[in-house]
Design a protein around this ligand. Structure first.
Ligand SMILES: [Zn+2]
Length: 116
């Protein structure tokens, strides 16, 4: 079992990571799409390659509906970083959840040992 000090340090580190990541995190899944443009005479309307890739983000909203938006050129890097931050944030929260669970079980175990 990990020592209490190690757990305390790990928890502090996780809290720092969670704070940093949550400032950047963006929820959604990235995909790249190709589209036809508005010019009827353009190659994209006649077997030519469509325009793109355009970055889009899709996600499930609070009411369970799938929705999304296209990412403007200037925001691509930040959106990519935000979505990566969201993924890392979930990992941190998961590890924090493990530590919390172990902590609660440890307290219960100690209490049981004292009472017997
Ligand atoms: Zn076109």
């Amino acid at each position: 079992m990990e020592s209490t000090d190690m757990l305390r340090d790990r928890r502090k580190q996780l809290l720092r990571d969670i704070e940093r990541l949550s400032r950047l995190a963006i929820f959604g899944t990235l995909s790249e799409t190709y589209r036809a443009c508005g010019t009827a005479s353009c190659r994209c309307h006649d077997k030519g390659p469509k325009h793109g890739p355009y970055l889009t983000v899709s996600y499930r909203s609070q009411d369970g509906k799938t929705t999304g938006y296209s990412v403007p050129r200037g925001a691509e890097t930040s959106i990519r970083e935000g979505i990566e931050a969201w993924r890392e944030l979930q990992q941190c929260l998961r590890e924090m959840g493990e530590i919390n669970k172990d902590h609660v079980l440890q307290i219960a175990r100690a209490a049981r040992e004292r009472s017997t």
